[in-house]
Design a protein around this ligand. Structure first.
Ligand code: C5P
Length: 218
């Protein structure tokens, strides 16, 4: 089966999806990492999110690959390991407007569907249950209050990358707003998704709940 996990920024999707995939013996696919890799390529070439023609050209020439790695998944851009580089603040600040681009989405969705065709996939993102894998056997919409999400992200940031908590909260809320309001495949909860609010739950509890749901649908 395929499991789709969607939700807003910082809800814990990646950690949860990676662990669920590990326990089920499935392959984990982080689609946000793909949008981040395209964003890194655009930044390096000085292409802005609103330069549609240049983005169309860029997406036709770059190669993005995901391979199982030490931290769950290693991301390659034209053969270069960019797993860490795609997590930079620079990338995080413009990934959402860039992910609104039609050509970028069309190309990445095609890749994501290809990856999921063998089934046995846990895929996380924003539009997996609604658009990429509408037939996924289990769809989870993982959320938490914006305050909690900002606090969690804050604690994960290395000392030298710390920014004030209030600023982090504003940036997360802005990215959610941008993901929810874009025209193509906005972030919304699929009608047949199960909503899991992790505000009051530990990672272990969320993982256990999703594993139980997965097993009940096998
Ligand atoms: O999951 P992560 O926070 O790394 O995703 C980064 C950004 O990539 C999101 O804010 C969103 O703009 C975009 N994204 C998307 N569709 C997906 C996954 C991510 O638009 N399926």
């Amino acid at each position: 089966m395929n499991v789709a996990i969607d939700g807003p920024a910082g809800a814990g999707k990646s950690t949860v999806a990676r662990r669920v995939a590990g326990e089920l013996g499935y392959v984990y696919v982080d689609t946000g990492a793909m949008y981040r890799a395209v964003t890194l390529a655009a930044l390096r070439q000085g292409i802005a999110p609103d330069e549609a023609d240049k983005l169309k050209e860029l997406i036709g020439t770059i190669r993005i690959e995901l391979k199982p790695g030490e931290q769950g998944q290693t991301v390659y851009l034209n053969g270069e390991d960019v797993t860490e580089a795609i997590r930079s603040r620079e990338v995080t600040l413009i990934v959402s407007p860039l992910a609104a681009n039609e050509s970028v989405r069309a190309k990445l969705v095609e890749l994501q569907r290809e990856l999921a065709s063998a089934r046995g996939i846990v895929m996380d993102g924003r539009d997996i249950g609604t658009h990429v894998l509408p037939d996924a056997e289990l769809k989870i919409f993982l959320t938490a209050s914006v305050q909690i999400r900002a606090q969690r992200r804050y604690q994960e940031l290395p000392e030298d990358q710390r920014i004030p908590l209030a600023q982090l909260e504003t940036e997360i809320a802005e990215r959610d707003r941008s993901d929810e309001q874009r025209e193509i495949s906005p972030l919304i909860c699929a009608k047949d998704a199960i909503v899991v609010d992790s505000s009051e739950l530990t990672i272990d509890e969320v993982v256990a709940a999703i594993i139980d749901l997965s097993r009940s649908r096998m």
